[in-house]
Design a binder for this molecule. Structure first.
Ligand SMILES: C[S@@+](CC[C@H](N)C(=O)[O-])C[C@H]1O[C@@H](n2cnc3c(N)ncnc32)[C@H](O)[C@@H]1O
Length: 310
């Protein structure tokens, strides 16, 4: 059953400041979710802007469409921001916002399979219209690929054991539900460790599987380069991340926009001739303050970075 959309926008005031909003500007919210940040943009500019809202999740897009219905200038596009240039050919924006990861709504919808608390089909796709589900991936991927994802996307120390147990389980019968995956984690992590740890033992595994199934990391850097290319000069690309792997990709991409030189570090002069594409405004990255963390614990690991196109 689909429930009403609830998601508290993270770092809202900071995002609006970072976008350096201007009346009459054109903006892209590349991860509109429930429309919290988009609504903030529209309210801050009293509707005096063009806003394009993108999400790969149709349910999110419908929720945002309903929430922003009183702003006829908003355009909604279903798709992946990794393909923004193809989805929005020739379009230019004065600011682009990405608030990465999943929404609270997606996590709280049992039928989506993102939550280890609920028994549900092992799906976890943000875009339900295509691509392999978590069950498809876990039932076919090689052991090393699963272990690698658990290690790289969630720092899971028991990655190898969890992957091995998944392969043992699927040799008996395919994994089908979220609780099949929870059982694999329970079997792999010793009981004493599970008791000692804070939080649910399957939390990291679910995060890693979600990132793998939705291919969230590998195309991110190229996507950021493409989005920078869609900005008008002086336009800003604002990205909120929720874990260190994602943040590292954004940080490295932004640093390379500021300094794309590929000459050896000991070269006396730059001979590659690559010119900076962006500056990095002072005062960033920013993280949520205590006040926001009190009311929205989900914001705990959020980090916001900004690049400004030259
Ligand atoms: C953290 S939520 C955004 C919440 C939103 N800022 C708000 O205030 O309601 C992230 C959203 O981004 C979407 N998303 C994640 N990766 C995406 C991608 N590569 N392309 C398009 N949408 C994506 C998810 O489906 C989800 O709805």
């Amino acid at each position: 059953m689909t429930q009403p959309f609830h998601h508290t926008p993270v770092l809202l005031g900071e995002s609006l400041r970072a976008l350096d909003l201007r009346s009459g500007g054109a903006y892209l919210d590349g991860t509109v979710g429930g429309g919290g940040h988009s609504l903030g943009i529209l309210q801050a500019l009293q509707g005096q802007c063009a806003l394009t809202c993108l999400d790969r999740d149709q349910e999110a897009l419908e929720a945002a469409r309903a929430r922003l219905a009183r702003y006829p200038q908003v355009r909604f596009v279903h798709g992946n921001f990794h393909q923004a240039q193809a989805l929005l050919p020739g379009q230019r924006f004065d600011g682009i916002l990405l608030d990465l990861g999943v929404s609270s709504h997606q996590l709280d919808q049992p039928h989506r399979g993102f939550s280890y608390h609920e028994e549900a089909p092992l799906d976890m796709r943000m875009d339900q219209e295509g691509g392999p589900t978590a069950a498809d991936w876990l039932n076919t991927a090689p052991e090393g690929e699963i272990a690698g994802a658990l290690r790289d996307y969630a720092d899971e120390r028991w990655a190898v054991r969890i992957a091995r147990i998944i392969l043992e389980m699927r040799a008996q019968r395919p994994l089908e539900t979220t609780q099949d995956l929870v059982r694999a984690v329970d079997r792999a992590i010793p009981r004493a460790v599970r008791r000692r740890e804070e939080g649910h033992p399957a939390r990291r595994t679910f995060q890693a599987v979600r990132i793998a199934v939705n291919d969230e990391i590998a195309p991110l850097r190229a996507a950021l380069t493409g989005l920078l290319g869609m900005l008008t000069p002086g336009g800003r690309l604002v990205v909120i991340t929720f874990h260190s792997i994602e943040d590292r990709v954004v940080k490295r991409a932004f640093n390379s926009f500021r300094n794309p030189c590929v000459c050896p570090v000991d070269a006396p002069l730059c001979v590659c001739g690559r010119q900076p594409l962006a500056s990095l405004p002072r005062g960033y990255p920013v993280s949520p303050g205590e006040e926001e963390l009190r009311t929205n614990p989900r914001a705990r690991s959020a980090r916001l970075r900004v690049a400004q196109k030259l």
